[in-house]
Design a protein around this ligand. Structure first.
Ligand code: SAH
Ligand code: SF4
Length: 338
């Protein structure tokens, strides 16, 4: 049997074949309303128990850690085959944002990223992705509403396109999240960006740029050798034309590597031409990458230079560094278990 959020409506109908017809809608709607079988009080108790067995949860919590005074929560999950992934929930004044993983590990090999350093394990199923959102939305209640879902956890979403898109559809069509509250982040898989441009849901797109010339980008983001900047920029233009949504660029500032004035000039040119918003992230420390992030002063200078050059830029608030929950720190190894 598929996991609770991998089960389709038809799977649920098959399970309820011996029940009155209206049960299918009841159960399907209750699942989409984030209820567990034991909370489906409109069902006979025996049926709740049957559903609980027949629709097992995909995520088994190994640890739950918090930081920032409880405002950042990170879960480490074990999946049915032992694969490990992490999810991060960030609370703000009146809403929360969940950062979900799309793969256990990542094959893209960006050297500054803890997920990339650990290598690739496997793709997550759509249900494994959706269930991260369900869990976070339940945890955010009752004080906050889950506002945004960002596909910025472990893995490269566009390298697991079909399952990620199935998760997007489920979140949008059945759980009621609007496309403008869903953001996919990609390292720059050009065919994936083109496919996204042809989809009928205008989700937000974030591109992890980190370098605006091919020589440096080949080094920082190895997939650039396959999809160089000219192709990436053309795909971004196609996305903009199709969706008319603001694009954003992620830029992890690494001291002396991509925080020079020349880097700002190259970046500003691309950002201006695509009217993209630049999110600057001071590089977070990871075990296998020695170069430190830019100093706070250099981060401000870089941001100001971008603005002077006519590009839109902000510095992303760092969350969860003390529990390795910040951008690029998700690794989900046994270290977490101690
Ligand atoms: N694979 C996708 C989705 C993961 S998002 C992507 O790369 O876009 C994770 C974000 O954190 C990406 O923008 C990534 O480039 C960034 N990142 C990776 N390692 C980082 C680090 N050590 N410090 C800050 N940001 C980092
Ligand atoms: Fe993968 Fe993104 Fe990390 Fe690169 S930055 S290794 S693409 S998760």
């Amino acid at each position: 049997m598929p996991s609770r959020y991998d089960a389709t409506r038809a799977d649920v109908a098959a399970l309820l074949a011996d029940e009155p017809g209206y049960r299918v809608n009841q159960v399907w709607d209750a699942l989409n309303a984030l209820r567990t079988p034991s909370e489906m009080t409109m069902l006979p108790v025996a049926l709740r128990a049957t559903l609980d067995d027949a629709l097992p949860l995909a995520l088994d919590a190994v640890t739950e850690r918090t930081s920032d005074g409880g405002d950042t929560v990170k879960w480490l999950w074990r999946l049915h085959d032992g694969a490990l992934v992490e999810t991060v929930l960030m609370h703000y004044a009146d809403r929360s944002t969940v950062c979900v993983s799309t793969q256990a590990g990542c094959a893209m090999g960006c050297g500054f990223c803890a997920t990339g350093q650990a290598g690739f394990d496997r793709n997550l199923s759509a249900g494994e992705i959706v269930e991260q959102v369900v869990h976070a939305a339940r945890a955010a209640k009752p004080t906050r509403r889950l506002g945004n879902v960002v596909f910025m956890g472990m893995g490269e979403p566009l390298a697991n396109y079909d399952r990620v898109w199935a998760a997007v559809r489920r979140l949008h069509d059945d759980l009621g999240l609007s496309a403008r509250h869903l953001t996919l982040s990609t390292v720059g898989i050009v065919p994936g960006i083109k496919r996204l441009a042809a989809e009928d849901l205008p989700v937000n797109l974030a591109v992890s740029l980190h370098a605006a010339n091919d020589e440096l980008r080949d080094e920082l983001v190895p997939i650039n050798r396959r999809y160089p900047l000219s192709a990436l920029v053309a795909a971004c233009e196609e996305y903009l034309r199709a969706k008319n949504r603001r694009l954003s660029f992620e830029w992890a500032l690494i001291a002396g590597v991509n925080d020079r004035d020349t880097d700002a000039r190259e970046l500003a040119e691309i950002a201006r031409s695509l009217r993209a918003h630049v999110n600057l992230i001071p590089l977070n420390p990871t075990t296998d990458y020695d170069t430190p992030g830019s100093t706070p002063q250099r981060v401000r200078e870089f941001r100001d230079l971008l603005r002077t050059l006519g590009a839109n830029a902000t510095v992303r608030q760092n969350r969860g560094t003390s529990i390795d929950a910040a951008c690029g720190q998700l690794r989900a190894t046994a270290v977490e278990l101690s």
